[in-house]
Design a protein around this ligand. Structure first.
Ligand code: BV8
Ligand code: ZN
Length: 221
C-alpha cells in the first residue's frame, strides 16, 4: 500500500492540492522548507500548530480501518505513507513506513534530540529545547532527504510486491511518487484509488475512481 493525503480527506483533514487544500491558503515553498523555517520559525510553527489542532479533533475513517484489518489478515503486507498525520497508527495499523516523518515528532535543531510531543496547543511557539535551540517539526520538508531507513523499507516493499494499491495521492512529489513505477517495473500490478486521474494513472493496471473510504472496505470484504 502507498497512501497520500486523500486517504485522510474523509476524516476532515484538508489535502495539499485539493479544493480548500493546505497548499491553497499557503504556498508549500513558503512554509514546508528549511529556508522558510530559518526565516520565520514562528510562522512555520503556527501552520503546524493549526494542522496539529485540527488533527487532534479528527478520527481515522473507514479507509484507514480497512487497511488496518487487511494488515491483520495478510502476512506479507506493507503500508508506506506520505502522510504525517498519524491516522494510520490511530486506526490500528502497526507496521507503517512513514517516509515524510510525523507531525507529532519534534527534533531539536541544536542537539538533535528527537521525541514525540503531541501536546495541543504547544505551550510556546516556536518551542525551544532544554539546550536552548529551536525545536522543529519532525517532518521532511522540500529540499530535504527522506529518512534513510524508511526510504529503504519503502523501496524494498514496492520492489518485492505482487500488488501495489496507490491510495489518495496526486503522485506529484518525488521521490515518493517514484515508488509507483518502481513497483510496476518489478512486475507488480498497480491499482490506483483516487477521485481523479493522476500523472501516473497511465502506468496503473486499474484505476478505481472514488473515495478511499468507500472503495477500500469493499475491496477487503
Ligand atoms: C528531496 C511533509 C532531495 C511535510 C511533504 C524544485 C525545487 C525544490 C525541490 C524540487 C523541485 N522539483 C522537484 C523537487 C523535489 C521535491 C518535489 O517533489 N517537489 C514537487 C512539488 C515537484 N521533493 C523534495 O524536496 C523531497 N526531497 O527531493 O530531497 C535531496 C536528496 C538528498 C539530499 C538532499 C536533498 C522531499 C519531499 C517531501 C515534502 N514533504 N510533506 C508536511 O506535511 O508539512 S510533501 C506533501 O505533499 C505530502 O507529504 C505528500 O507527500 C505530498 C503530496 O501530497 P499527496 O499526499 O499526494 O496529497 P495531494 O493533496 O497532493 O493529493 C491528494 C490526492 O488525493 C489527490 O489526487 C486527490 O484526488 C485524492 N483524494 C482526495 N480525496 C480523496 C482522494 N482519493 C481517494 N479518496 C478520497 N476521499
Ligand atoms: Zn537541543
Amino acid at each position: 500500500m502507498l497512501t497520500g493525503a486523500g486517504i485522510s480527506a474523509e476524516s476532515g483533514v484538508p489535502t495539499f492540492r485539493g479544493p480548500g487544500g493546505l497548499w491553497k491558503s499557503f504556498k508549500s515553498e513558503d512554509l514546508a522548507t528549511p529556508g522558510a523555517f530559518a526565516r520565520d520559525p514562528k510562522l512555520v510553527w503556527e501552520w503546524y500548530e493549526w494542522r496539529r489542532t485540527l488533527l487532534a479533533k479528527v478520527e481515522p475513517n473507514a479507509g484507514h480501518r480497512a487497511l488496518a484489518s487487511l494488515e491483520d489478515s495478510s502476512p506479507d503486507f506493507s503500508l508506506v505513507t506520505q502522510n504525517v498525520d498519524g491516522l494510520h497508527e490511530r486506526s490500528g495499523s502497526r507496521r507503517v513506513t512513514s517516509i515524510h516523518g510525523s507531525i507529532w515528532r519534534v527534533r531539536c535543531t541544536g542537539c538533535g534530540a528527537e521525541s514525540t510531543d503531541d501536546r495541543v496547543p504547544l505551550p510556546k511557539l516556536p518551542p525551544l529545547c532544554g539546550c536552548g535551540a529551536l525545536v522543529r517539526p519532525g517532518v521532511v520538508w522540500f529540499g530535504e532527504p527522506l529518512p534513510r531507513k524508511a526510504w529503504a523499507e519503502a523501496e524494498r516493499a514496492v520492489s518485492n510486491c505482487d500488488l501495489l494499491l496507490v491510495i489518495g495521492t496526486s503522485a506529484q512529489v518525488y521521490p515518493a511518487a517514484s515508488l509507483i513505477p518502481m513497483a510496476a517495473q518489478a512486475g507488480a500490478r498497480v491499482i490506483e484509488i483516487n477521485l481523479e486521474e493522476t500523472p501516473l494513472s497511465g502506468i496503473t493496471s486499474l484505476s478505481l475512481r472514488g473515495k478511499a473510504g468507500d472503495i477500500l472496505p469493499q475491496l477487503i470484504s
